[in-house]
Design a protein around this ligand. Structure first.
Ligand code: ARG
Length: 564
């Protein structure tokens, strides 16, 4: 039962249909404190229509509202506050959670529509950065959320495996590289060659010409160039796969930039046919002044295509292949202009589906307040971060629960989960600082804190000897200490809707923290295992909390160990 809807319906009835249910629904608020009720309706919404002071409207509304199903309905200033009938509500919510289990909160917003999600997309022959981590875990969580809302997400890793830098890499490898080195430590050694190239080409600019030639060879399908490129790509990909395995993230496609190599001519032709290409200093551009954007550079003077050309080809390919409901790009906010340009060019080409393309940007991760970047040497290697996090988790488990079976696996789930959770609890667009010790703590607003609350709930159920809970029994929990947790459980479907609408996993992460806190408070204030007539109801609540915490963590891509 959707209680917000129930509140809306009661209001619509009381105002004799002067507002529609939809109009009321968007105005209903959840008060900050519990003494103001569970839902509030701001009466000033009606002030214009009724030409009365909001306070007066609120008072009159309260008299007209049918209070069935509510403990009370009262006017406080210009607000009408609704207090749900707790016994009935808790009965309803627990019944629903226990019946639906992990599917509780599922929605049908998507009607099965396809949503390709461009995510992770690291560059070959370079280490994966914290930015790529963000894209990976945000994208993965958005995919889980979309699936829960009955969309069909398609996770695409658009590998950065094409571009003039591969000419430089081949050149550098041929000058200074060796097969043994690349095999032993592909990413670091390929990066080393590449960095050396950039040092030496300052004094030897002829290197750049040679590199350009190698890229040309690559584009023309030269055997040696293709061989080296394929090899570098495979080695890099194998290395990335280890990280994805650790993070528990899988992809549906690895079609990277190179995949669109033979699909670029069509884009250029389509642009020509529509008379959109202009010449500018030998290069071909699309003017985007009417969008207030810089021109899109489609082809360089030497004929080479660019990042945006490949993105245009990819967008068109995705539209044809998936006939998408939406097409998402989870990419840092420093590329906002690029995606504006992509959308604008597609719009100019007459593709109205460009409106369904959404850049889902995110902020930077800093360390000690400073930006992390490859050039300044402040690289934090993702693999190191994950390994360190697991070590820290292991130490804490060793202290807290030394006899825990399968300690290693739990440490892995806690350490990796902590890094993922920390990333997702911040609103996407906020920049945030990364301090590993902070991230892996068992207290505070961390992943381990939520995991621990779940494990505690499971351990209570184990102690009670409960294996199955009857979803249909009467569970009228009237204990005021239980109310916060119960009302949060009831909010879960709304949380899902909001997170999906805003592409914002942090909504779920923040919710999980709140629910874990409410549960811990409940646990501290009540004797759950005492033998009285409310015991079954209390255990039903504990089981429901465990279900929803586990599902919240799953949506974030974080494991929920039963014991830790
Ligand atoms: N490889 C790019 C980078 O690391 C990100 C690609 C984002 N996706 C896209 N379709 N442009 O900056």
């Amino acid at each position: 039962m959707d209680y917000k809807q129930k509140v809306a319906q009661a209001i619509v009835k009381a105002v004799d249909g002067q507002l529609t249910e939809e109009e009321v629904l968007v105005k209903i608020e959840v008060p900050k404190t519990m003494n103001l009720g569970d839902y509030a309706f701001p009466a000033f919404v009606l002030a214009k229509v009724l030409r009365k002071a909001p306070q007066m409207i609120a008072t009159e509304l309260v008299e007209k509202i049918d209070p069935t199903g509510f403990e009370k309905v009262e006017a406080v200033g210009p607000y009408v506050n609704f207090f749900l009938d707790k016994a009935m509500f808790s009965q309803d919510v627990l019944h629903e959670v226990l019946t639906e289990q992990a599917t509780y909160g599922n929605q049908d917003l998507g009607h099965g529509g396809n949503v390709p999600i461009d995510m992770s997309s690291p560059n070959i022959a370079k280490p994966m950065s914290m930015g790529h981590l963000r894209s990976t875990v945000i994208g993965n969580s958005i995919a889980n959320l979309l699936k829960k809302a009955n969309y069909n997400p398609i996770k695409i890793n658009y590998l950065g495996d094409w571009g003039t830098q591969f000419g430089k890499l081949i050149m550098a490898y041929k000058l200074w590289g060796s097969e043994e080195e690349v095999k032993a430590d592909p990413i670091n050694n390929l990066l080393k060659y590449y960095v050396r190239f950039h040092k030496e080409d300052v004094e030897h600019p002829e290197l750049d010409d040679q590199a350009r030639e190698w890229f040309k060879k690559l584009e023309d399908g030269d055997e040696e160039a293709i061989f080296l490129w394929t090899w570098f790509r495979n080695e890099s990909l194998q290395f990335f796969m280890k990280i994805y395995d650790k993070l528990g993230v899988e992809f549906d496609s690895f079609n990277g930039e190179a995949f669109y190599n033979d699909k670029m001519d069509e884009i250029v032709e389509l642009l020509e046919d529509r008379d959109l290409l202009q010449e500018s200093q030998g290069a071909s551009i699309v003017d985007l002044e009417s969008y207030n954007l810089n021109p899109a550079l489609i082809k360089k003077s030497d004929g080479a295509t660019l990042y945006i050309t490949r993105d245009l080809a990819a967008a068109l390919y995705r539209h044809r292949t998936y006939d998408f409901a939406q097409s998402l790009y989870v990419v840092g906010n420093e590329q906002t202009n690029h995606f504006k340009q992509v959308k604008a060019v597609l719009k100019e080409m007459g593709y109205d589906w460009s409106d369904d393309i959404h850049h889902v940007p995110f902020g930077l991760i800093t360390s000690g307040g400073k930006k992390l970047s490859t050039r300044s040497g402040r690289v934090i290697l993702l693999e190191d971060v994950l390994n360190d996090a697991v070590d820290l988790a292991e130490k804490q488990i060793e202290e807290k629960n030394p006899t825990l079976p399968n300690k290693e696996q739990v440490a892995e789930e806690v350490g990796v989960g902590a890094v993922i959770f920390h990333d997702l609890k911040n609103e996407r667009l906020n920049n945030f600082d990364f301090d590993l010790e902070e991230v892996v703590r068992f207290e505070g607003e961390t992943g381990p804190y939520v995991q621990y609350a779940h494990a505690r709930a499971m351990s209570i159920l184990r102690k009670a000897g409960v294996t199955e809970i009857d979803p249909n029994a009467a569970y009228e929990l009237t204990d005021p200490n239980a109310w916060e947790a119960i009302s949060l459980l009831g909010n879960f479907p709304q949380v899902i809707k909001r997170a999906v609408r805003e592409y914002e996993p942090s909504v779920v992460a923040k919710y999980a923290i709140q629910l874990a806190k409410a549960f811990n408070k409940y646990y501290a204030h009540s004797k759950i295992l005492a033998d009285d007539d409310q015991k079954a109801a209390r255990l039903a609540l504990v089981a429901s909390v465990a279900i929803v915490l586990k599902e919240s963590l799953r949506l974030l891509g974080v494991a929920a160990p039963n014991e830790m």
